[in-house]
Unconditional design. Structure first.
Length: 159
């Protein structure tokens, strides 16, 4: 048996000012989307903003439901709506940001496994990767060039 290693590469930023104007705008839109989150149970508000190649920005926020797990994460809300409204447009970037009134967050949050899998499927469908920006309200965050560092052993059908 041989021991192997999976390495993850990403960029980090300490301030939104380090982002280019397009990335900064996307993070600001994601933060704006947190205000539309419906999170009466967790009090954990997540916003996502998807930038399409045509310049369109699609927002999503988490939507909880008392009949857990019937709710939906912000990332999937935004990606699924983008796929519905603009089925032939590629995703260029996705920004995610969260805050909690109950327990203040100390760093950017990472997408759940289901959202990572949807991001993977989106990349497979469009045959192109997209940038993923995970931001924190304090201005810091991480940037990944694709979903693969966040989901290195992804599930997929062999066609």
């Amino acid at each position: 048996m041989k021991k192997e290693k999976i390495a993850v590469e990403y960029q980090s930023f300490a301030s939104f000012q380090e982002l280019d104007s397009k990335e900064r705008n996307l993070v600001e839109k994601a933060l704006e989307a947190t205000k539309q989150a419906y999170a009466p149970y967790s009090e954990f508000y997540v916003g996502a903003a998807v930038l399409l190649k045509n310049g369109e920005i699609i927002l999503g926020s988490n939507q909880e439901n008392g009949a857990y797990p019937s709710g939906l994460c912000a990332e999937r809300v935004a990606l699924f709506y983008a796929g519905h409204a603009f089925p032939n447009e590629e995703v260029e970037a996705l920004a995610v940001i969260a805050h909690s009134d109950k327990d203040p967050l100390t760093e950017a949050v990472a997408p759940c496994g289901a959202c990572r899998q949807v991001m993977h499927e989106t990349q497979l469908r469009q045959k192109n990767s997209f940038k993923i920006i995970l931001a924190h309200e304090n201005g810091s965050g991480l940037i990944f060039d694709s979903i693969y560092p966040l989901l290195p052993l992804s599930f997929h059908f062999n066609k």
